[in-house]
Design a protein around this ligand. Structure first.
Ligand SMILES: *Cc1c(COP(=O)(O)O)cnc(C)c1O
Length: 443
């Protein structure tokens, strides 16, 4: 059995004393908000303890309501690839807010962001802006069904595509963390049209498509699965997907809400050189404001209302503030040397974390795709939902707590990716690696 030594015990007591305001706020929040949070994984349920309440953030750091600071690898769960409150984004937003916050009418900003997105993702001819990743995938699937006149969809175990009913089947993220892959409240009849397959299993995919292709409207996936940590596609898997879907007239949807502008500027589709029929985006393209987007080939997107018969709408869609933050973020990201720098920092962290685990004699598997990464506490190679679940989550929880006490903010669950930003420095990474070594030793 695991025993904590005296120094760890002392550190935990000190931690408690230095998080009193967060604790008080959490009690207050729980009285008025379900579980005290507006999105489940924020609640620290998977790792124990209480969430820290944030006062402000700047660059690579966040500051809690007790005055503690942390080097942040959560980055609002992915969007803040430039770091928090980037001066250029803040400046652009300040100027935009003076002109009004929403019009419910078209603006030039929407064309500008659309063009930036389409230029980076040549697989898309047209794109529609929405307010979240959930809306993007939900709408993309409606369009795919409308276009193909088929009802079934295929998704992969552990892939999270937001919380729309039909997609909350064997999903990752909070659903994995809580071990309830199917949510109460989702009618069986909704989930009935969702077929799930293990990720990276080309044979299972072939068998299914050969048998059921007439029913299948689309296949949706995270090309790198970030919602069970960071699971990379095996060589050939995405190629098999592409050729089979093409052959049988099935729409291939890449959910790049997380990987878009993260794995590379052109997302996983650029990195792995696969052209999907439709793409979903979110997170980074909103620069920290609520945005999602979906797009694809002209003939598919012309199905969308008012051009076509598939209805999809939004009061705040294309919101001028959200568009402004997105435009400024993408402009900055497209500047010379940005991804080289991001790659350098991510690789430095990768080497440091692998080495720290080795020195501390903890068996881990580390995976990274561009600026997203995950350390699993397992001796198995991780390539799908089942193998990800072999990770020792008790070890992860101790690692997580050790890191938090040492001023490093990781996602409070084994089954989430970590993220690098342009605001992180070599010094941040050195401090992170030192903290990781000490925290690994406590696992
Ligand atoms: C975060 C995420 C979503 C959902 O986006 P929200 O903005 O939280 O609704 C969908 N798909 C993937 C791959 C994601 O990472």
């Amino acid at each position: 059995m695991f025993m904590i030594d005296l120094s760890t015990f002392k550190a935990m007591t000190t931690y408690k004393n230095s998080h009193k305001n967060s604790q008080k706020l959490f009690e207050k929040a729980k009285a008025v908000i379900p579980g005290g949070v507006n999105s489940p994984v924020r609640a620290f349920k998977a790792v124990g303890g209480n969430p820290i309440f944030i006062q402000k953030a700047k660059g690579s750091k966040i500051f809690d309501v007790d005055g503690n600071s942390y080097i942040d690898y959560v980055l609002s769960w992915g969007p803040l690839i430039l770091g928090h409150a980037h001066p250029r984004v803040v400046k652009a937003l300040k100027a935009a807010i003076e002109k009004g916050t929403s019009y419910g009418a078209p603006t030039p900003l929407e064309i500008e962001l659309a063009n930036l997105v389409l230029k980076a993702y040549p697989s898309m001819d047209k794109v529609r802006m929405v307010n979240s990743g959930t809306e993007a995938t939900m709408s993309a699937i409606r369009v795919a069904r409308g276009f193909s006149k088929r009802d079934a969809i295929v998704k992969f175990e552990g892939c999270y595509h937001g919380h729309a009913d039909g997609l909350l089947v064997r999903a990752g993220s909070g659903a994995t963390t809580f071990g309830v892959p199917d949510s109460l409240g989702v009618p069986k009849s909704y989930a009935k049209n969702t077929i799930t397959l293990p990720f990276n299993d080309s044979n299972a995919l072939k068998a299914l498509i050969n048998k059921e292709w007439k029913k299948i409207s689309c296949i949706i996936l995270e090309p790198v699965v970030g919602n069970i940590g960071c699971v990379l596609p095996k060589p050939g898997f995405l190629e098999t997907l592409r050729s089979l879907t093409k052959k049988y007239g099935i729409i291939l949807i890449f959910d790049e809400v997380m990987t878009g502008f993260r794995v590379s500027y052109g997302g996983a589709q650029e990195f792995y050189k696969i052209k999907p029929d439709m793409t979903c985006l979110g997170k980074v393209i909103g620069g920290g404001l609520p945005v999602g987007a979906y797009g694809g080939k002209k003939e598919i997107m012309s199905m969308v209302s008012p051009e076509g018969p598939v209805y999809q709408a939004g009061t705040l869609s294309g919101n001028p503030l959200a568009m402004t933050a997105g435009i400024e973020t993408l402009k900055l990201l497209s500047e010379k040397g940005v991804y080289k720098r991001l790659q350098y920092l991510s690789s430095m962290l990768e080497k440091g974390l692998i080495d720290a685990a080795k020195r501390a004699k903890v068996t881990t598997r580390f995976y990274r795709a561009g600026t997203m990464f995950c350390t699993y506490f397992t001796d198995r190679d991780v390539f799908d939902y089942k193998t990800a679940k072999t990770s020792d989550t008790a070890k992860f929880s101790r690692f997580f707590s050790g890191m938090l006490r040492r001023g490093i903010n990781l996602a409070p669950s084994q089954f989430e990716a970590g993220f690098m930003s342009l605001a992180h420095t070599e010094k941040d990474i050195e401090k992170t690696v030192r903290a990781a070594y000490s925290s690994f030793k406590e696992c």
